[in-house]
Write a protein that binds this ligand. Structure first.
Ligand code: CTP
Length: 400
């Protein structure tokens, strides 16, 4: 079988040196990669490096090997174009269809999925012009990764950092695996909660649960590959932030509620995969609770936490917003799931059976997705990303 053909577009930012690692991962995993740098990219990493690592000449202009019509052929033949790093200038050119070098020509002729991994200073990323260009590209079906937050060039930190090359590689792999299927979440904003909340008793103790966050993170990664802008509200998960996702870290149910409600204001869909504690200690002890000889411990009084899923379902932030819940059940799984779907008022409920050795922390899951019209979509035992894709398969046709 022919190797999948990938075009690695490199525009002129310091993160170009990290794109060498992405190139390596792509070639070592059996992809045929053509690097198309811009003139400015060559200020950071030279032609020799791109050629040696890819095994192809790395050409920037349309005037070389003209008899092969490279400005048309390279784009036409590609299975995937990934522009990494994508500068503010490159995003602007792509959004407006400018074509003044080989990479911008390639973007106009490509019929395959296109992934942009932006990297720039926070001010440039947040500039209204850049944001509008990104929105335009997403609306047209491109996967534009949210930059990571962290150290930028020089001493400053903020949003705009190039995502980890290994993570960008995983995005490419997922997008390629989708083949010719439309990025059905293109132009959509989805909010996902993940992990498990911790309700503090005192400065060192909390009431928590065993959720690892893996299912919610899988939902975030798959939504990115389907073209969505993704906000992940992560409660106490130790997993690394997925590439291309806005991650909001929270601790308690009350903090999770606040972050989810805020992000949901302009969301097309909200998926509540987090295990939110139903109760929290009525009193938080400012100092560590000490044991005292001859005294029994005080009972821990609990109060109810807000039910975020029920609130989101009852009070849709925008008409047609789709709300999805998760239910972990130990007995009478389907009957309890049906009752919970009705009680919470959401559009879909993903029900899975949990127990000592099931689901928590595991890489796999098995579930049934229930809808108010009585339909049941069973998802056989498999990777959490497969269940995540089934959830999006069911959400996407329901979006207005
Ligand atoms: N959930 C929520 N807010 C809470 C508790 C749960 O938003 N305070 C959400 C979870 O994110 C999940 C769904 O509700 O999507 C199901 O949670 P679960 O705890 O199983 O539901 P409960 O209504 O608490 O049912 P049970 O009687 O089993 O505790």
């Amino acid at each position: 079988m022919d190797k999948p053909k990938v075009v690695l577009g490199v525009s002129g930012g310091i993160a170009a040196y990290k794109a060498c690692e992405l190139l390596r991962r792509l070639t070592e995993s059996g992809h045929d990669v053509r690097v198309v740098p811009t003139e400015s990219a060559l200020h950071f990493v030279g032609e020799a490096t791109w050629s040696a690592l890819s095994g192809h000449p790395a050409v920037t202009q349309v005037w070389e090997t003209v008899h092969e019509v490279p400005h048309v052929r390279i784009g036409q033949q590609a299975d995937l174009v990934v522009v990494a790093p994508a500068t503010a200038d490159m995003l602007a050119k792509a959004a407006h269809g400018l074509a003044d070098d080989l990479l911008t020509n390639t973007l106009l002729t490509a019929r395959c999925p296109v992934v942009f991994a932006p990297a720039m200073h926070t001010e440039m990323w947040e500039n209204a012009a850049t944001q509008e260009n990104v929105a335009t590209l997403r609306r047209r079906g491109a996967v534009v990764l949210e930059p990571a937050v962290g150290r930028l060039t020089g001493v400053d930190t903020g949003k705009g950092r190039f995502p980890e090359p290994g993570e960008i590689f995983e995005v490419c792999r997922r997008v390629l695996a989708r083949g010719a299927r439309e990025p059905d979440l293109a132009g959509r904003h989805v909010v996902i909660s993940a992990g498990g909340t911790r309700e503090p008793l005192d400065p060192v103790r909390y009431l928590g649960n065993r959720s690892s966050g893996k299912q919610g993170y899988a939902l975030a990664r798959t939504a990115v590959a389907r073209g969505a802008r993704v906000t992940l509200v992560a409660a106490n998960s130790e997993l690394p932030d997925p590439a291309g996702v806005d991650v909001v870290h929270v601790g308690t149910a009350v903090q999770l509620r606040e972050a989810v409600i805020k992000a949901a204001a302009d969301a097309d869909a909200v998926v509540m995969a987090a295990a939110v504690a139903d109760f929290r200690p009525a009193r938080y002890a400012e100092g560590k609770i000490k044991k005292r000889d001859g005294e029994e411990p005080e009972p821990v009084a609990l109060v109810r936490n807000p039910d975020v899923l029920a609130e989101l379902s009852a009070d849709r932030a925008r008409p047609g917003q789709i709300v999805v819940g998760f239910a972990a059940e130990t007995d009478d799984v389907l009957a309890n799931g049906r009752a919970k779907l009705a009680r919470k008022g959401c559009d879909l409920l993903v029900v899975n059976e949990v127990g000592e050795r099931r689901t928590f922390g595991s890489e796999e899951n098995e579930a049934v997705v229930l809808a108010p019209d009585g339909t049941e979509t069973p998802v056989p035992h498999g990777p959490k990303e497969a269940l995540a894709d089934t959830v999006w398969d069911l959400v996407s046709p329901r979006l207005a």
